[in-house]
Structures are given as structure tokens and as C-alpha cells.
Design a protein. Sequence first.
Length: 203
Amino acid sequence: MYLPRTFDGAAHRELTLSLMRTHPLATVIAQIDGELEVAHVPLLVAHEEPLRLSGHVARANPIAKHVLSEGAVTVVFHGPEAYVSAAWYAEPALQVPTWNYAVVHARGRLERLDDDGLRAQLDDMARAFETEGGWSTALPEPAFLAELRGAIVGFTVHVDDVKTKVKMSQNRSAEDHARVLDALAASSRARDGEVAALMRRIE
């Protein structure tokens, strides 16, 4: 990932963890038999230090084969993003539009979860995303749940390298930064408001 020092979020460990938790649907990239395979998988932060992520995929998914061979993956979490109009700057005739965004790239090795670990992972995911009284592994009939578990492969990603890019107008003047923040905050689009909030957070 192209990562100018100005946008390097390495010093913001809590921000990195927050981005992964708030935007859990990750892009998982693996090289399998000489070809790149891409999957979109919800992942949980299973452990902060050392960083471990957990998830599961359908057994029919090519990524499952990679899990079984304990291969390497790159995982991309896509955080808030928004278009930035050059019209918002103090001198728009001398500027061009751009995009503000935050992403996390995590690289690591896959490890397959055993059946107990898979069931725990499913419970962890339900606790993370279900409302109170929602679905859990206690709800389905045991035989049906066993059949479902047989159709998926659970895994842990042992992360050995993580990079966070937070491009939030840090390279602009204080005036232009404030103009962009104000314009995004005033927008009716939810994603613009998310970016404005993140801009304030890293000021």
C-alpha cells in the first residue's frame, strides 16, 4: 500500500482496532495455485496483542483450501470514506478534487479452528452483531447446527504486520482542513458525517 508518512496511522493503535471493529466486513486476499483469490468475510478482533483475527468461510470457498494449508493472507478493512470537492478549498481554481478515507491492511498466517473453536467463533460473532435475545448457537437443533458447522471452515489470522492509512486532509492548510471538515459535517450523507468525525478524532 502506498503510505506517505503524513497519512501513516501507525501511532494510532486504538484507531486501528476501532476501524477493524466498526467495519468488520473485510476483503481477504490470498494467492492460491498461482492465482489471486479474493473473498469478503466478516472478521472479529479475537485478540489485541498479539493481534489475531477470527472468521469462517464456506467449505466450498477457495479460501477454505488456503485455511487448511495454513497459508498467508492479506486482509483489508475499509473504513470511512468520502469525496472531497476542490470547491471547498480557499483557492479552488488551483486545486483538484480528492478522496478522504481510512483503511487497515493486515498480513498474517491462517490457522484452522477445531470444532470447539469454530463453535466459540460463531458465538463470538453472534454476540458482536446480534441484538439481545437474537440468534446464538443454542437456538438451532443440535443435528442441524452440526450439519452447518460441517459446511464451513473457521480460522484465525495470526497477524504479523499491520498498516493503517488515514487520509483525512492532514496535508492541507489549517484553513482548508477546516473547510473540508465543515462541508462534510454539514452533508446529509451518513458517510460524510463519519469522515468528519474521524477528522476531528485525529486532529
